[in-house]
Structures are given as C-alpha cells and as structure tokens.
Design a protein around this ligand. Structure first.
Ligand code: GLV
Ligand code: MN
Ligand code: MN
Length: 428
C-alpha cells in the first residue's frame, strides 16, 4: 500500500510524543488528587475543554464549545461537509489516562498532518473540512446515562434526561446551568447528516485481543449494543441477632444470588457480557439484616436481539430467586444503545490506513468487534462510523494501569492520517 502522507517518520514520532505528553497533562486535571476523575459539567470538564481548544487552534482550527459542552474545532472551508474525528475527554472514576483522551489528541495531530500537507503544496486540499470533537460525556459517570455529549450532537437528546440526578442530588438541568450552558438550547448542538461525510475515531482496545495477537492496530467491525439498569431488591430490615433464618427476607443475599446468576447466564452465551459494578446494602449496619439492596447491571452484546433475550432470561431468574426468598425487585433502565455496524467504506479506509504502515505484502490487519461503548454509538444515527483500535497491553482499561505505547500511537497516527487521505481519494 503506498503511503499518501507527506511526512517523515520523525514528524510522526514527534506527533506521537506530543500525544503522550498531553495525555499526561490532561491526567493532572482531576477532581480527586492522586486519581483521575473528570466528569460531565464539572470544573475539570471546563478546564480540559479550554486546553483542547488551545491545541485545536494551534493547528489552525476555528473552535467553539457546543450547547452540550462538547469542545469542537473545525479546519477547512465553511461550505464543505466535514469528516468528523473525535473521542471523549470525560473519565470513569479512578481512570486511566488514555481511554477517549488519546483519540481526541490523535485527531488533533491528524489535522496538523493535513495542514502540513496543505502548506507544503498550495494546490493540494481535502475535498471535505475536518472537525475534531472532544465529546463531553461518553462514560455516563456522573448521571448514569452514557453518551450524553454525542447524543446531543446526534440530535437524539431526550428531555426526560433533565431530571437525572448525580450522587449529590444535582439534576442534569441544574448542572447545565451551573456550567454556564442553557438547557433550552441543547438542540443547537445537533448536527445534520448532510453536514457530515462520516465519523472516525481512534481508541485503545480496552481488551487483550490485539496484545494476544501481537498486533498493534485493528479495524473495528462494530460496536456492541448495551443496556444499563439500576436494580432494587426489597426485603425487611430486622435485628441481626434476634431474627431466625426462617424469618429473614435478606435483600443483600437475594441481590448477591442475582449477581451470580448474571455471571452464570452470560458465561453460557456467545458474545454477551453482564457486569454488576455497583452494589449497596441498606440500612448498612453490621447488626441489621439488609432490608434493601441496590445494584447496577451493564449488559452488552454483539447483537441487540441476543442482548434482549439474555435480559429476559435474567429477569425470569430474578423472579425466581426473589420469589423463593420472599423479596421484591424492580429494575429501572438508565441507558440503552443499539449495536452499531461500522460502515464498509470506513472499515476499508481504516484497513488501507493500517496497511500503509506495514511492509508491502503484509497480512491484512485484525478486524475486531468492540465490546466497549464509544461515542460512535450515538453518532451512528447521523453519520457513517469507522474506528481504529490501538493495542492496549494486557487489555487493562478503566483502571490507572491502562496503557498504550508511544510506538503504537505513532503507528496509529500514521494509519489514521492515511485513512483520512484514502477517504479523500474515495470522495473525489
Ligand atoms: C465505556 O467505556 C463503556 O464501554 O462503558
Ligand atoms: Mn471508557
Ligand atoms: Mn472510551
């Protein structure tokens, strides 16, 4: 595959070093000293947006913060549709420094590459504008509902979300006002499909597949569908010493059995993963049988139908468990996103981009399905989506040890840049 980039390996290595240094710099913008935590509509969110805007302007972009707090930069003429590049700057609690962040910084470096090419040859130009979006809430850490930033861009904001509350009881509406955003104008963040050529995102894999294969980059074929629930089990709080076992309606034990059944059911399924990540018993005293337990369930699958069938199985199992134990249960669905298939054209330009980083005659790159969620799940409603995965050694993510090497970022940058040029070629 011929290289289309007019850059030396040194230029790309410099860009990769800049990306790594900026990941370190953004890691310092955190609500928790010693840990990385940056949630939607927080002072840290405002600070990273300012930094990203500065870096976008440095490569010649016009910048603005949109009506949902996403930081946007645009490079190229106003009258052309844009290829959107991006990822997110918000984090989970006690996060690593690369999930989302590396994709935003790589996108800015790709703009730098394209600007470099345009400056070197005044007759050369892309047939589309480039936009970089640093999405503001991919993780859903603060309000439990993921993809708020990208849903606003996709025009799929739901007014019921205004009532969502964070752990301190602050509503999403109130948080918008405190951040300086006008809830009445959130619709202005929405983009029209005809304004966009497509959406490309680079992201660390967040699993071990590339590491196991000994490969650095992959084409993503699709993004898993997801549903998230908050579940409540109700029993009866009573004296821990005085209540015999045959009189207990212990909500914690019922919920524990439910969590184990999630594991058992999902393990027996192909490509379905269920996780109970939050678990709290009330009133939460050593000498009281728990009267209520609240827990979360995150359920993902390659296909929506399988995921929904598994949720039905889990629900029946919960009826059974709670019935046996004299407990009641209910579930509130807080997030639902269908699986998104990456477009064949964008998969192909990512594949060509990766091939351009390899010796002639090399095997085709890995094509893998993403079990993790990404902003592309929301953006898929208005644009074709393509994703490039970077090796994540040991597959650890949503953890401070999350890692991607500078060498893989350099290879990823070259592949990402080449992919944009291949798409430009296809679009002429
Ligand atoms: C986001 O990282 C998710 O997959 O939950
Ligand atoms: Mn994440
Ligand atoms: Mn992410």
């Amino acid at each position: 595959m011929p290289t289309l980039l007019r850059l030396t390996p040194d230029d790309v290595a410099r860009s990769a070093r800049r990306v790594m240094a900026r990941c370190d710099e953004l890691a310092l913008v955190t609500a928790e000293r010693g840990h990385i935590e940056r949630v939607y509509l927080s002072p840290e969110h405002a600070r990273v947006n300012r930094l990203a805007a500065e870096w976008m302007r440095e490569v010649g972009m016009r910048t603005w913060q949109d009506a949902a707090g996403n930081q946007v930069g645009r490079y190229g003429p106003d009258d052309l549709p844009a290829l959107m590049l991006g990822s997110h700057l918000d984090t989970v609690p006690d996060a690593g420094r690369f999930d989302g962040i590396v994709g935003v910084l790589m996108a800015i470096e790709v703009v730098r590459m394209m600007r470099h090419a345009a400056l070197a040859d005044p007759d050369w130009r892309l047939p589309f504008a480039l936009e970089v979006v640093a999405f503001s809430d991919e993780e859903g850490t603060r309000f439990g509902k993921a993809l708020l930033g990208s849903s606003a861009v996709a025009g799929s904001w739901n007014d019921e979300w205004w009532a969502l509350e964070d752990g301190d009881g602050t509503s999403l509406r109130q948080a918008f006002l405190e951040f300086g955003l006008d809830p009445g104008r959130v619709g202005e963040a929405a983009r029209r499909p005809d304004e966009l050529i497509g959406y490309l995102e680079a992201h660390i894999e967040q699993g071990p597949e590339l590491d196991r294969r000994g490969e650095s980059l992959a084409v993503v074929s699709s993004i898993a569908s997801a549903r998230r629930f908050q579940l409540v089990v109700e029993g009866e709080a009573r004296h821990a010493g005085g209540t015999p076992y045959d009189m207990r309606r212990d909500a914690l034990l019922g919920a524990s059995e439910a969590a184990l059944s999630v594991e058992r059911i999902c393990r027996g399924e192909h490509h379905i993963i269920g996780t109970v990540g939050q678990f709290e018993a009330y009133p939460g005293a050593v000498n009281i049988v728990p009267g209520e337990t609240r827990f979360s369930l995150d359920l993902r699958g390659e296909f929506d139908g399988e995921r929904d069938r598994v949720w039905d199985r889990i629900s029946h199992e919960l009826d059974d468990i709670m019935g046996r134990r004299g407990l009641r249960w209910r579930a509130h669905e807080v997030h639902s996103a269908p699986a998104v298939l990456c477009s064949p054209l964008l998969q192909d330009v990512i594949r060509q981009g990766i091939m351009a980083t390899r010796p002639v005659g090399a095997d085709d790159p890995a094509v893998i399905f993403s079990r993790a969620g990404h902003d592309g799940m929301a953006i898929g409603a208005i644009a074709d989506v393509g994703m490039l995965f970077l090796r994540n050694p040991d597959g650890i993510s949503h953890h401070p040890d999350e890692f991607v090497s500078g060498g893989d970022v350099a290879a990823g940058l070259r592949a990402f840049g080449e992919a944009v040029l291949h798409l430009a070629h296809e679009s002429r």
